[in-house]
Design a protein around this ligand. Structure first.
Ligand code: SAM
Length: 217
C-alpha cells in the first residue's frame, strides 16, 4: 500500500496524544499508528482525520473518537486468535484495529449503506472480517461464543443476548446510560452463571438502536 506522506506526522502525533491520555497497550497504539483513518472519511474532513475527535461517516453516524476506540480495545484485552464480535461496524475502523491485534473479527451494522462501505474499505486495505447487516442488540448467535464483544453505540441497558454469547472468560465492553452520557461497563463471564461487572469513566456515543436498545425514531 502506497503511504500518503501528508498523514504520517499527524498519525504519529495522534499516537503520542493517546499515550499521554493514558492508553498503555503498545499493540493498540501500534495499530492506531498504522491504520489510514483518513481513508474512511470524506476528503473534506482530511484535515481532521488524525485529530482525537469523532467524525461524521453518513447516515447520522460517526467514526468514534480514537481515544474511545483505543480505550474500548484496551478493556477488551484481545489476545492473538481471540474471536471478537463488534456491534456497530460504522466505518470499519474498530474492525481494523481488532484485525491488527490478531483477532478473528465479526461485526454487525444496522445500516446497509455503512455495511457496504465498510466491507469495501476493509477489502481495499487488506483486512478480513465477517460482516453482516442486522440488529446487533441480539448479537450474532451463529458464531457464538465470543472471547470478546465490543459495542460501539450507547445502550440503555446491557442486552442479555450479548452476555449469553460470551465464552467463559469472555469480556463484554459496552457503554450504558442515557442518551447524553454513558458509563463504560466491562462484564466478564467468570463461569456459566457468574459475571464480574466493572464500571468505568463516562463517554458519549451515538445511540444503539434495536430490539434490546433504544427504539427507532
Ligand atoms: N465502530 C465504528 C467505527 O469504527 O467506525 C463506529 C461506530 S458508530 C459510533 C456506531 C455504529 O453503531 C453506527 O454505525 C450505528 O449505525 C451502529 N448501530 C447502532 N445500533 C445498532 C444495532 N442495534 N446493531 C448494529 N449496529 C448498530
Amino acid at each position: 500500500m502506497q503511504e500518503d506522506r501528508r498523514f504520517v506526522r499527524p498519525r504519529k502525533q495522534l499516537v503520542e496524544l493517546l499515550r499521554k491520555k493514558g492508553i498503555e497497550d503498545e499493540r493498540v497504539l501500534r495499530a492506531i499508528g498504522k491504520i489510514p483513518r483518513h481513508k474512511l472519511i470524506d476528503t473534506a474532513l482530511y484535515p481532521r482525520a488524525y485529530k482525537d475527535t469523532a467524525l461524521p461517516i453518513g447516515m447520522g453516524q460517526t467514526i468514534s473518537q480514537p481515544f474511545t476506540v483505543a480505550a474500548q480495545t484496551e478493556l477488551l484485552a484481545v489476545e492473538q486468535g481471540d474471536k471478537i464480535l463488534e456491534i456497530g461496524t460504522g466505518s470499519g475502523y474498530q474492525c481494523m484495529i481488532l484485525c491488527e491485534l490478531g483477532a478473528e473479527v465479526y461485526s454487525v451494522e444496522r445500516h446497509k449503506e455503512l455495511y457496504h462501505r465498510a466491507k469495501e474499505s476493509l477489502q481495499d486495505l487488506g483486512y478480513k472480517a465477517m460482516l453482516k447487516v442486522g440488529d446487533g442488540t441480539l448479537g450474532w448467535s451463529a458464531y457464538a461464543p465470543y472471547d470478546g464483544i465490543v459495542v460501539t453505540a450507547g445502550a440503555p441497558v446491557v442486552p442479555d443476548d450479548l452476555v449469553q454469547q460470551l465464552s467463559i472468560g469472555g469480556r463484554l465492553v459496552i457503554p450504558v446510560g442515557d442518551e447524553n452520557r454513558q458509563a463504560m461497563h466491562r462484564i466478564t463471564r467468570v463461569s456459566e452463571n457468574e459475571y464480574d461487572r466493572e464500571e468505568m469513566a463516562d463517554f458519549k456515543f451515538v445511540p444503539l438502536i434495536g430490539e434490546k436498545g433504544w427504539g427507532d425514531k
